[in-house]
Design a protein. Structure first.
Length: 307
């Protein structure tokens, strides 16, 4: 068995004259949780669909769970659990009925026992007779996860699985994901939530089809080379207006009653922030650069590859 669950090289997909995924190189280790970040339209979903066998690449090579991504797409699909962005089960069926339906599609045997075990493992047994359409976002998410892992996949691909779910349900969902990974399941998950990205073992940032950053959260923040300062005081709004367009200032954002100021030129940023803070009767102190700072910087500096 290879160390990597996923290894792709120069993965490329075009739709007409638009290159949606542009020569991506990526490896994901078995048992790893890899986070996919990037703005809408960055190519995350298309990349996931190619790697789980639903789309054929236009160019590139690779293997997923030991199977060739071009020649063995059917074999890959049988070993992957794929959770889409939108709830895709029958609202007028109960939780148990939906899972029985999925078990039938995969010809699972013994079906009743498998469904029973899945309901218990995901904490759904007490709600098994509830109609799916009446579930809250968090319970719908739990049903979708149950359906994805019922056939015991080796790789789980989750496309923005917690959109619209409350913080408590999101935390419980991520506890489930880590438990699955601890038992050997490999997970690839796309998200817009920075706290979720920080719960991944590594993250990959896509922009306009290009892979522009990869590594642990700590690595990605360090490699971005950004400096961050906090401004607070009596006249923060005046400081915000004055900082616009100043040398070294790439980002200015309100955080409560303070300003978060970020730039890639540390010396220029500190000069501008120190001067503006003094002029507006505010104070400026260094701060730790966050993953969100890096996310915004990458969005601002990436170039659209659409003709």
């Amino acid at each position: 068995m290879t160390t990597n669950a996923i290894t792709v090289r120069e993965l490329t997909k075009r739709f007409g004259d638009k290159t949606v995924v542009n020569g991506i190189d990526l490896s994901v280790r078995r048992g790893e949780i890899m986070g996919f970040l990037g703005p809408n339209g960055s190519g995350k979903t298309t990349t996931i669909r190619m790697m789980c066998g639903l789309l054929e690449p236009d160019f590139g090579t690779g293997t997923v769970l030991g199977h060739d991504i071009r020649r063995e797409r059917s074999a890959i699909k049988r070993k992957v659990g794929y959770m889409t962005q939108h709830f895709s089960f029958y609202d007028d069926l109960t939780i148990a009925e939906n899972l029985h339906f999925v078990a039938g599609l995969y010809a699972m045997r013994p079906k009743r026992q498998i469904v029973k075990d899945t309901l218990e493992d995901l904490g759904l047994a007490s709600r098994k007779d509830q109609l799916a359409g009446s579930l809250s976002g968090g319970w719908k998410q739990r049903l979708a996860l149950a359906a994805c892992i019922m056939h015991k996949p080796e790789l789980l691909m989750l496309d923005e699985p917690t959109a619209g779910v409350d913080p408590k349900a999101r935390r419980e969902f991520w506890d489930d994901i880590h438990e699955l990974a601890n038992n050997g399941l490999t997970v690839l998950v796309s998200t817009h939530y920075m706290d979720e990205a920080e719960r991944c073992h590594r993250i990959a940032y896509l922009s306009f089809g290009n892979l522009v950053a990869i590594g642990t959260t700590k690595d990605v923040v360090r490699d971005a080379g950004l400096t961050t300062m906090i401004i607070e005081g009596a006249d923060v709004p005046s400081a915000a207006r004055a900082l616009a367009g100043e040398e070294g200032v790439d980002q200015v954002a309100y955080f409560g009653a303070t300003l978060h100021v970020v730039g890639s030129d540390a010396r220029a940023l500190k000069r501008s922030v120190t001067r503006i803070a003094a002029e507006t009767d505010c104070t400026a102190v260094p701060a730790k650069t966050s993953l969100e700072d890096v996310f915004i910087q990458l969005m601002n500096t990436s170039r659209d590859n659409t003709p």
